[in-house]
Ligand binder design. Sequence first.
Ligand SMILES: Cc1ncc(COP(=O)(O)O)c(C=O)c1O
Length: 475
Amino acid sequence: MTNDSSARIVAGLRTWIARAPPGTKLPSNRALMAEYGASPITVQKAMRTLSGLGLVESRPGVGTFVRTVRTARPLDYDWQTGALRSPQAPIPALSTPMRSGVPDAIGLHAGYPDRELLPERLVRAALARASRGEAALTRSDVTGLPELQAWFANELAEATPVGVTPPAPRDVVVLPGSQSGLGSTFRALVGSGHPLLMESPSYWGAILAAAHAGVHVVPVPSGPNGPRPEEIAHAFEETGARAFYAQPNYANPTGAQWSAQRREQVLDVVRAHAAFLVEDDWAHDLGIDTSAQPIAAHDDAGHVVYLRSLTKSVSPSVRVAAVIARGPARERILADRGAESMYVSGLLQAAALDVVTQPGWRTHLRNLRQQLRARRDLLVDSLAEHVPHAHLDHVPHGGLNLWARLPDATDLERLARDCEAEGVMIAPGTEWFPAEPSGAFIRLNYSGPDPARFPEGARVIGHALANSLDQRADT
Ligand SMILES: Cc1ncc(COP(=O)(O)O)c(C=O)c1O
């Protein structure tokens, strides 16, 4: 009756089918029940699996037969080339952080935290409660569940100093993850053909969203202290851009957190150029030694458009985030969201709200901080011991990643391939640069499964790097 016994029948019959000519009748269900000592349900399940795999076909009232192979004819999609012409934006290969882990590999490439870092009990209970509530059967507003809008607004209001008007719930638009919010914001506030300033390096998904919105990305160099205000001012003046996309807290990939002074200076530059700061606070819940300090809390004139996601701290499956924007910018973004997806599943919104309003949520955040600290420190130590050629500009105070510089001669693609062949997945830094990379970097994520294997992973990287540098030196 178990999945295992149906899998056993499927495996046995696959071998049998491989040897049988097309059209051969399979043994009857009764015969299979006797042969495998299985129940009728288990045998039927196995048959459904084989049929789903296209290996058998059943003829009602007659029996089940090995599927007759149709003559293989190459399919002709040439007409699509004429219909589609060239792509509007480059079509990238699947970005490395979105690749599934190879079984048993040490995954340092990932983008989303392992399940042991998630509040599993809270999430499961919240989903069960949400499935019994109104939200399971009704449509949400385009802007989102009012209580969830209020929660997002309130969180930012708590960080807002006296003298600044805090955001109101109506300034919040709930999103199915902040990735789609990036696309909407770029389309709504910048528009195709117009320039957008972006830190370099920056989040690969923002680079991709900008390309798909037809926005022209203008890179602004950014290091461990964030971008230099004069550099941003110069780029605004030179290009006429009216928006700057940045991650002031625990940037992906560098992990940089801007100082209070830098945050203030950048906001001043943005104000002086009558521009927007698109602040991506993706790692708000992922502080380790410090806490995230949103710049949006210091702006009530609509300059900062603030993106805040719950997917990495609640669950990647409860895909809920929000954008907080004021004034006409909010209306533009809302219009784009309406056209894009109309509304976010109320079920997921209700579940997200349930999780973040439980007393256990605070406990989860405290535990998460400890776990991330231990993982980060272990990976830093492992690199120091096994990859002497890797240089960390700084140890990040939060986020999920180390951004390591390697010798300039490193062939990153080859290094990633060699590591993968040895069971370690890493992300070449190239994907985080909107223009030519300024050096050879790799991004190593410390939130993947099985941190006990970090030292082993670092050892593999160290060997692969040393080998590739030796070979380069020989040529
Ligand atoms: C900087 C940054 N922004 C946005 C996102 C998208 O997050 P989500 O769509 O899951 O909210 C990510 C995901 O890795 C990210 O790193």
